[in-house]
Design a protein around this ligand. Structure first.
Ligand code: FAD
Length: 409
């Protein structure tokens, strides 16, 4: 462990997964996080079975499963009538055989803490908070230097930018783009289970109610003691500066025709804070020399597939494989990793935009969508989602061969 460390910018789920993956292969890392402490926003997250191929390698699958709720189904009810348009069983024998691992929902703080604990227990991970990276130098054979806003510098053998959708590292690598707001906003709330309106159906499922220009996602967390709700709708202000005092009346207007159980749920939500939603276009250049991007810094996506964090975690699994295959030659390993990840992550980004439209269609298009969905069976949904849920082909193959973190040398 006396080689130069790998410097990772960003202590989100992607950055911590990459640090742990590298540490388990005996590589020192320094994680630079701009926040004063590494603490995620306190809402829920869905994780598909594909992510567990990486968790197996990181040795945290059991801990994640213990902290998670395993929902019964993914359901999409029509948000006005309540008619169930899609129902995908998540706890069937077929699901288990096809995907090997469960579909889970977990509190972000819990999964972050599982990763943080594993990082603290692994040898050679230094977590540095209050460190905002503003520039870097790639000095070729002499490695890289990350420069922080406060003048501190950190030297390493290579640099990974896992700094999220607003990534500074992406810009420093030469990308000229900005996040693209999609014109929708989200309110998020966690309620004690006792406050969830008893008439609300699908409390044991992940439910995504689809309405004209809006959707609402909900599921239970922490041994079903709390309930996570996300209400998403077209930004009534059209992207202009907003006045939070209007939020309640705006939400009432948007959901005026919604199912009564949904309205009862909305009445319990904290509407004081709103997030504007955005993604970016896929790009080819994720790496240059000894510097690479990972997670939302490389491929931020809309939430339609609930796979943004999943892809960040998968990136970490593939990154370590590519590096190992190149004998830790960072330049070659990073280029191989980027090539291996591009199409899968771009498909999530572009497919999420299409699915977004599908969730929110209005008028006759909505009636056509609903009629089409009535004709489809469970098998067709598994077939549609196979490419995501079966996992990144290389990672899945190694799981099937029984090669996980501790045994893959
Ligand atoms: C409403 C909503 C719901 C979602 N639901 C899901 C879901 O169910 N399932 C799923 O898989 N995904 C979901 N996502 C997406 C998911 O949150 C992201 O894809 C994921 O968090 C990306 O992880 P990351 O580590 O790449 O980036 P982030 O989580 O954004 O982490 C980046 C880190 O870098 C730090 N940082 C930024 N700039 C600097 C800098 N210059 N120097 C140092 N540190 C820096 C930040 O402080 C942050 O800690 C959802 C997103 C939203 C908005």
């Amino acid at each position: 462990m006396n080689q130069q460390p790998v410097v990772i910018v960003g202590g989100g789920l992607g950055g911590l997964s990459a640090a742990l993956a590298l540490a388990l292969k005996g590589r020192r890392t320094i994680v630079l996080e701009q926040a004063k402490e590494i603490s995620p926003i306190g809402y829920g997250i869905q994780l598909g079975p594909n992510v567990f191929h990486v968790f197996d390698r990181l040795g945290i699958s059991d801990a994640v499963k213990r902290a998670s709720v395993l929902p019964q189904n993914l359901v999409m009810p029509d948000a006005d009538s309540g008619e169930v348009l899609i129902q995908v069983p998540l706890r069937s024998d077929e699901f288990e055989q096809r995907y090997l691992h469960p579909y889970v929902v977990v509190h972000r703080a819990d999964i972050h803490n599982i990763l943080l604990d594993a990082c603290r227990q692994a040898n050679g991970i230094e977590l540095v908070v209050d460190a905002t990276v503003v520039s870097f130098e790639d000095r070729g054979r002499d490695g890289v230097i990350a420069h922080c806003e406060d003048g501190r510098t950190f030297e390493g053998a290579a640099l990974i930018g896992a700094d999220g959708i607003k990534s500074t590292m992406r810009e420093l690598l030469g990308a000229k783009d900005e996040p693209i707001p999609n014109g929708y906003v989200a309110h998020r709330t966690i309620l004690p289970m006792s406050e969830v309106p008893p008439e609300l159906p699908h409390q044991k499922d992940v439910a995504c109610w689809a309405g004209p220009g809006y959707h609402i996602v909900h599921y239970a967390l922490r041994a079903s003691s709390i309930f996570n709700i996300v209400a998403v709708f077209k930004d009534p202000s059209g992207g202009r500066e907003e006045d939070a005092s209007n939020y309640e009346s705006e939400v009432a207007k948007v959901y005026a025709a919604a199912h009564p159980a949904l309205k009862a749920l909305l009445a319990k939500m904290d509407l004081s804070r709103r997030w504007a939603l955005a993604d970016r276009n896929p790009i080819r250049q994720w790496s240059k020399g000894k510097v690479a991007l990972l997670g939302d810094a490389a491929h931020p996506t809309l939430q339609s597939y609930a796979q943004g964090a999943g892809m960040a975690i998968e990136d970490a699994g593939v990154l370590i494989e590519s590096l190992e295959e190149c004998g830790l030659d960072f330049e070659r390993g990073f280029a191989d990793y980027a090539k291996r990840r591009l199409l899968r992550t771009a498909r999530i980004q572009l497919g999420s935009r299409e699915l977004w439209h599908f969730y929110h269609v209005e008028g006759i298009a909505r009636e056509v969508r609903n009629a089409e969905l009535r004709e489809r069976g469970t098998e067709s949904y598994y077939n549609c989602l196979d490419w995501i849920w079966r996992g990144e082909p290389g990672l899945r193959q190694r799981t099937q061969m029984g090669l996980t973190a501790g045994t893959s040398q």
